[in-house]
Design a protein around this ligand. Sequence first.
Ligand code: ARG
Length: 481
Amino acid sequence: MAQLWGGRFTKETDQMVYEFNASIGFDKRLFHEDIEGSVAHVAMLAKQGILTEGERDKIWKGLSEIREEVDGGKLEIDETCEDIHSFVEAELIGRIGDTGKKLHTGRSRNDQVALDMRLYTRKHVARTDALLKELLQVILDVMEENTGTYMPGFTHLQKAQPTTLAHHYGAYFEMFRRDRQRMADIYERMNYCPLGAGALAGTTYPLDREYTASLLGFAGPTLNSMDSVSDRDYLIEFLAALSMVMMHLSRFSEEIIIWNSNEYQFVEIDDAYSTGSSIMPQKKNPDIAELVRGKTGRVYGALLSLLTTMKGIPLAYNKDMQEDKELSFDAMDTVEDCLTLFTGMLRTMKFRQERMAESAMNGFTNATDAADYLVGKGVPFRDAHGIIGRLVLYCVEKGSSIDKLSLEELKGISDKFEADIYAAVSLETCVEKRLTIGGPGPEAMKAVIEKHKAYLAEESMEDYRSGRLAESCGSESGCGQ
Ligand code: ARG
């Protein structure tokens, strides 16, 4: 077992203690970030005259060989090491000897792990943003094609008023756009570099923290070394935002499951995104939507877990904080997989437009418009509401609908009804007249769609990152993040 300490100990660590304490099983994921941080750290040490350029180059060469060999499958990460930091350092010393022992000058694993985790999380914030953008594009494509596809809008899962598929999808566009805004906020707030904070109180070496921060594409260094090694707020914020993404995906999944049911038959999920039953040959199940809905729980779990872990930790670093990793990694994986699969499912899902329109026509979704019609004929709204209530009851008893009654029958309920009632309660009129901003009327929808198109054409976080990082990361230092 390779460990970075031991000088002050007289006995070997108990094996179970060692294993319980070790994090390499999961922090090996931070391998690239760890190398990247070390490359920048060494660049700064040499710039400050703490290392010579020759030492810097030797360390860089060693680190880049380790990276290439691990990436190429030639070198395996040794899981008997305590953590990924120990592995990289031990491997470097094994290769280049004493110069390798200078890598950790002016650095602690506390600021090192704080940096690695931040670099990793920052990358996944941008990745989530990019996946959300792909989802938004699919949603917008469906919206564009379906401003005239009628469907019932529901409240209490009861048919309420007619709307369109474009309008319904438009609601999800808003949710996922807000999720992207949260990613941008988090990115901006977390984008400060903790490296140079040392164990907790900085170091006496003349480190140039501004320089390291800029090499790694950060907006600047963090400003309090105790906070730098103890802060996991950014991760909690990210988990909260990921929980929100999952909550949105889960609601959407729930709707798709309902729409895909035998009773609704509004949609057909593509064969590639459905599964069958081992016993019932007729089954085509919406498992992807169900799994997305189900996996929401584990992402919420990660958020609650880290909030709870952090709540009683005194300043500065404590080992409890090693618990920030496993569930966060799991949450990031889960959300990225869910977004990818959900977007694929949505892209290939077919709509049964006639069934949706037929459903919108039944269930008295035009009852509000019928009441509004009477208001137009001078009846106060509250009275109109009562008249249409009686009309609906009459229809229910007769097994009919408002638009199918004869004018005589309608006049039997109120003499205010004229022949123009039929046009007033048609599905087309009900939807097309709803032109307030945010409503389903096709003209209102088209204006919103244009705004969405302009929004999706804007530079995304990943474009911005690659530009900024190319600028800040000297190619010779090979940051590559
Ligand atoms: N594996 C540790 C973690 O994830 C690295 C930091 C160790 N620092 C220490 N003082 N033991 O938090």
